[in-house]
Design a protein around this ligand. Structure first.
Ligand code: NAD
Length: 355
């Protein structure tokens, strides 16, 4: 079997998780990690030394011209997703681009158009779709356990959790916790609810707590933060309501900074027959006119490392036509439309239509 030739663009924090997926495929004889690219040459060299990658580039177009890559991961900051993804697609590769797909829906649509024109796969890094917890709930949904799901809550609240650096700089990130954290749980909820079409959104953002807390020196993430390099100009918290064409309503809350006791990440689904919270995976339903709860057998938690390995395997399998793509670019575009509408609504104070 021909080994797929892999490239990685952006060799920061999350690229290590992509690498662990490709390393597994390399060990199985399915892939060869040929080249990596980062605009920061020192970072690139350290990364390539660590993983034994010989070909190193600081310009992704040059990498694509020279290396005949089959599969490329785009792991740059958000403002570079569009250009790097289009360069990789035009250079003949299938691409997985980290979340959020882009800075806004317009960019995401350009990326989707480039994938169609090149006849290549474009997957979005919605890693939460690849968790064992998501598989468990999806099966319950598909088995009809919940009946019709008409309401859900997507929550990702951090007490003091801006990763710092470019994540707080709108020009690089496109926004704050909504586009960074909210995107994960909004996508997961919509996916579990059967991917209905969004029709409108109403949102509010606050920035009351701001840069002091964001720059309080907490370092929980593996990104480089150089003092003074980036302003902090994104929201602290966003709350929103999104309506869908089948009557389904989603309530969203996502924060970097909030006076809350601890961090909370959860997806709650409420249907005509049952409801659940993915935090404890306890399903509440009724039997013989009485409320009962049960917890399905199996792994209930979201395990970060294994989910990335599954995601990369799913991407390569889909690139080779072995399985359907589980996180297609079309869903990335819908997510960007939802995020654009929420930010627009927060500015205008009015509900915004999504088309
Ligand atoms: N799926 C997840 O759970 C998850 C978690 C963390 C981050 N992310 C996403 O991954 C992406 C990267 O985040 P990170 O934490 O790794 O950031 P990071 O800052 O650690 O790494 C980003 C890297 O991209 C490089 N870069 C920027 N522009 C480039 C370009 N044009 N060409 C080549 N390299 C370029 C930077 O030099 C930097 O090394 C973001 O989109 C982020 O939202 C996803």
């Amino acid at each position: 079997m021909k080994k797929i030739r892999v490239g990685i663009i952006g060799t920061g924090g999350i690229s290590h998780c992509h690498m662990s997926g490709y390393k597994q495929l390399e060990a199985e004889g399915r892939a060869e990690i040929v080249a990596c690219c980062d605009i920061d040459g020192a970072k690139l060299n350290a990364y390539c030394d660590k993983y034994g990658v010989a070909k190193r580039y600081t310009d992704c177009r040059e990498m694509m011209k020279n290396e005949q890559l089959d599969c490329v991961s785009v792991c740059t900051w958000n403002s570079a997703h569009k250009d790097c993804t289009i360069a990789a697609l035009e250079g003949g590769a299938n691409v997985i681009c980290e979340k959020p797909m882009a800075m806004n829906a317009k960019e995401a649509e350009e990326m989707l158009a480039a994938a169609k024109k090149a006849g290549k796969l474009l997957q979005v890094g919605f890693v939460r779709r690849f968790g064992e917890d998501a598989d468990m709930v999806k099966k319950l949904v598909d088995d009809g356990v919940f009946g019709d799901i008409y309401y859900a809550k997507a929550t990702y609240l951090r007490q003091n959790g801006c990763p710092g650096g470019w994540f707080g700089d709108r020009a690089f990130s496109g926004g704050g916790p909504l586009i960074d954290l909210g995107v994960h749980v909004i996508d997961l909820t919509r996916y579990l609810a059967g991917s209905p079409k969004p029709v409108s959104a109403y949102g509010v953002t606050y920035d009351n707590l701001g840069p002091d807390r964001a720059n309080s020196g907490k370092k929980a993430w593996d990104i480089e933060v150089k003092p003074g390099e980036h302003p902090y100009n994104v929201e602290d918290i966003c709350v929103a309501m999104v309506r869908f064409d089948n009557g389904f309503t989603l309530s969203v809350e996502a924060s970097f900074n909030l006076n809350i006791k601890g961090d909370i990440g959860d997806v709650q689904l409420f249907g005509t027959k049952a409801g659940t919270s993915m935090n404890d995976m306890n399903v509440l339903t009724t039997k013989d006119g009485k409320f009962i709860t049960f917890t399905p057998e199996g792994e209930h938690s979201f395990r970060f490392g294994p989910a990335f390995v599954e995601e990369i395997k799913g991407f390569v399998d889909a690139s080779e036509g072995l399985v359907p793509c589980k996180a297609p670019a079309e869903d990335g575009v819908w997510l960007m439309k939802i995020i654009d509408a929420i930010y627009e609504s927060a500015k205008t104070g009015k509900s915004v239509e999504i088309k």
